[in-house]
Design a protein around this ligand. Structure first.
Ligand code: CDP
Length: 222
């Protein structure tokens, strides 16, 4: 591993990590817009890989199936409307536990950090292992957490809208718990906060408050 995680001098990299549905994506989008940085949702790479395995009837836990999909990842997979489905997310956490898959997707992430698109001065990556593995010397690292039930409610709202049913919420809660456990317990790049990450608990905070705190932390590091 390691096609060099140290970056060239000028690049700014903001790492945002945390468990499923913790609000990483929303925060990352707001920060990228405000700071005019390129944004990479790294979860989409794992979701895209998983979806491409599922499409051909493969097994997301099978290394050959998952690795060949990761090596072929392209825009068609990354823009597929089924990318955000919970079944895709669950399969994503299976391909994500396979070290060779992570290795294959590492290059994509490093290329993005080194050459942010659209001439941007730097990038924001959100995921699980950005501050620990993908970019240990990131300019600023944020680790977002929230209680599991709060995260499940937010995801149920996102998927089903305000009128979601109890059984829909229950299924999402179950899926999140399983996914968190797989992400935390895997041997390769498990979900955990980097020692120098700023820990933000969003359980009782709205997005504006979280954004202000994160921005204050980042501006101090620039
Ligand atoms: O949006 P949500 O937080 O539900 O998930 P995601 O960020 O799209 O990630 C989907 C799955 O991809 C996660 O459950 C992880 O298993 C995996 N993943 C990872 O292992 N490493 C990353 N940097 C990003 C995602």
């Amino acid at each position: 591993m390691n096609d060099n995680t140290s970056l060239d001098d000028a690049s700014i990299v903001i790492a945002i990590d945390g468990p499923a549905a913790s609000g990483k994506g929303t925060l990352a989008r707001k920060l990228a817009k405000y700071l005019d940085l390129a944004l990479l949702d790294t979860g989409a790479l794992y979701r895209g890989t998983a979806l491409s395995v599922l499409k051909v009837g493969g097994d997301p836990s099978d290394e050959m199936d998952a690795l060949s999909a990761a090596l072929r990842i392209g825009n068609a997979d990354l823009n597929d409307p089924n990318l955000r489905n919970e079944s895709t997310a669950s399969a994503a956490s299976k391909v994500a536990a396979i070290p060779s898959v992570r290795e294959a997707l590492l290059k994509y992430q490093h290329d993005f950090m080194k050459n942010p698109p659209d001439g941007k001065e730097g990038s924001i990556l959100d995921g699980r292992d950005i501050g620990t593995v993908i970019c240990p010397n990131a300019t600023a690292k944020i680790f977002i957490i929230a209680e599991t039930e709060t995260r499940a409610k937010r995801r149920a709202l996102e998927v089903f809208g305000t009128g979601y049913k109890t059984e829909e919420y229950d299924r999402i809660l179950q899926d999140l718990k399983q996914r968190d456990e797989r992400d935390q317990k895997r041997a390769s790049a498990p979900l955990k906060a980097a020692e120098d990450a700023y820990l933000l608990d969003t359980t009782n905070s709205d997005i504006e408050a979280v954004f202000e705190k994160a921005l204050g932390f980042i501006l101090n590091k620039l």
